[in-house]
Each structure stands twice: as C-alpha cells, then as structure tokens.
Design a binder for this molecule. Sequence first.
Ligand code: PSU
Ligand code: MN
Length: 305
Amino acid sequence: MPPLAFSPEVANARAEGRPIVALESTIITHGMPYPQNLEMVLQVEDDIRAAGAVPATIAIMTGQIHIGLAPDRLRYLAQTRDALKLSRADLAVALASGQTGATTVAATMSCAALAGIEVFATGGIGGVHRGAELSFDISADLQELAQTRVTVVAAGAKAILDLHKTMEVLETLGVPVIAFGQDMLPAFWSRESALAAPLRLDSADEIAATHVMRARLGLPGGQLIANPIPVADEIPSATLTPLIDQAIAEARAQGIAAKSVTPFLLRRIFELTDGASLKANIALVRNNARLAAKIAQAVTRARLA
Ligand code: PSU
Ligand code: MN
C-alpha cells in the first residue's frame, strides 16, 4: 500500500464520491515568492470549492504522500526554504527518508493517480528547454503525461521553453494536447503562441468524455488541456520575449542547470516585469482551477452514467 495521508476534507469527498481536483506544490515552494504563493494556493483552493469540487494539494511530508493539506501545512510550505523539488525520480527517496518536499507536475500526477484522482490543475507544465539539443533538458512532466492517466489543465507549456520541441515530444509520446476554446496553442502568460494546437475542445463535458474514452480504449497516459489565460490578465508576447531571452542568457552565463533552471527563470522574469508575470501566473492558475473543477464534475457524472 502506498503511504497516502488524506486530509479530512479530501477523505470526506472520497467517501461521498464527490469530484476532486489535485494541485501541485512546487508552484508554491519554487514557483512563486512568499506571501503571494500562500495567497495563491488559498485562493485557488477556494475557487475549486466555489466551482463545486474539492481541492487536494499534494506534497511529501512525514514520510507520507499528503493528499490535501490543512492551512497550517500550506503556510509552512509557503514559508520554508528547505522543501525539496520532487519529481517522479525523487519520490521514493523522499518518502523513505522522511524528507519534506513539494511535488512537480510529474510527481503530482503519479501521486494523484495513486489516490484515484483523475483531474489536476496547475500553471504551466515543464517541457523541452531551449537549447535541449545540447543540454538534453527535457522535463519529466512530458514522460509522466505519457504514462499516467490524469487530465492536466495548464495554460500551455511555460513560454520560457521551446514550445515547438515540446509539442513534438508530446506528439511522439502520444499525449493529446487539447486547446480549450481556441485553435492556437496558448503560451502561459500570453493567450496565443505561434503554433496551432493539435486538438481543440470547447466544453468541460467534451473533455470529460475524451478522458473517459481514453480509459475505455485502455490507453495509458493523460491528456494536456491547454487553457488560455483570460484576456484581461495576459501579457503580450512582444513585451515578454526580450525579457525571457535575457533571463535565459543570464541562466546560461551563471551555469544554472537541472532542477534550478525553471525556478531561476520564473524568479528573474518576475523581477524583470516588476511583478507583472506573477500577477498573470496567479490569474492563469485560478482560471485553470475553475476549468478543472468543471471537468472533474463532468468526469464524476460520466462515471455514474
Ligand atoms: N507551473 C507554474 N509554476 C511552476 C511550475 C509549473 O506556474 O513553478 C513547476 C511545476 O511543478 C513543473 C515544474 O512540474 O515547474 C517544471 O520543472 P522542470 O522544468 O525542472 O521539470
Ligand atoms: Mn529540467
């Protein structure tokens, strides 16, 4: 039996068969500064409740996979500088040795699947970094999407990545990338990238139906729902592109590598945009949480039908 520890709220939801939405914790510990990270997760959890589902933020503590975190635990994670960034490869070591860590998209998906949770909301997934032809830096999030049956709602892949290569790898891995309500692939802080999305759906019900169909077909792996940031919150890509380029150049010059790359770039872009990137990031996570709550409800209905 995996060492799962459910919060009372999530345990109740499970007992009553109510829809649950998983949330990751790396976005709290490594993706945003304090106190906005804490405000963000409390707000996002409330958004999910208001939309009729139950939030389950996932993290590793006390040798257990916590599915749902009480506010004091969220506060601790938001403030500590000691939490590790845990991907799938790190999970067993962290659990067996009692380390405290936040789960990435990849690790959150595998923990959600262990807990029977099928829908997960985040900001943006990891992907293929620019220059990956030399660095080989490709996020484990992509491989996880290929093998774990969870529908992930994100605002696309983070615009710090090579979106074209990221889409090519997802296609190779057989992961459906479905833009929500538009033809173009969103680019995290901006509504549109230069790429057309391979697939498009326009309602939570259709997304739930395809989620259930994948299971009926016996297909492993999840689907990536690419949900564009709301119009009022987006940052035009023309504004961001030079700042992203600058942040990437600085990361290279400073020899930032492996797990540190994404947190470094997010922090630098926050500084270079005077905090505007963080405001947009919070808005898009909330938008994704609301859609995920609707999808989770629709999946629950579809399972009962
Ligand atoms: N989305 C955000 N902020 C983040 C992340 C996603 O809005 O900080 C995190 C996720 O946990 C994702 C990770 O899995 O960044 C990707 O890290 P890497 O590129 O090292 O795989
Ligand atoms: Mn990486």
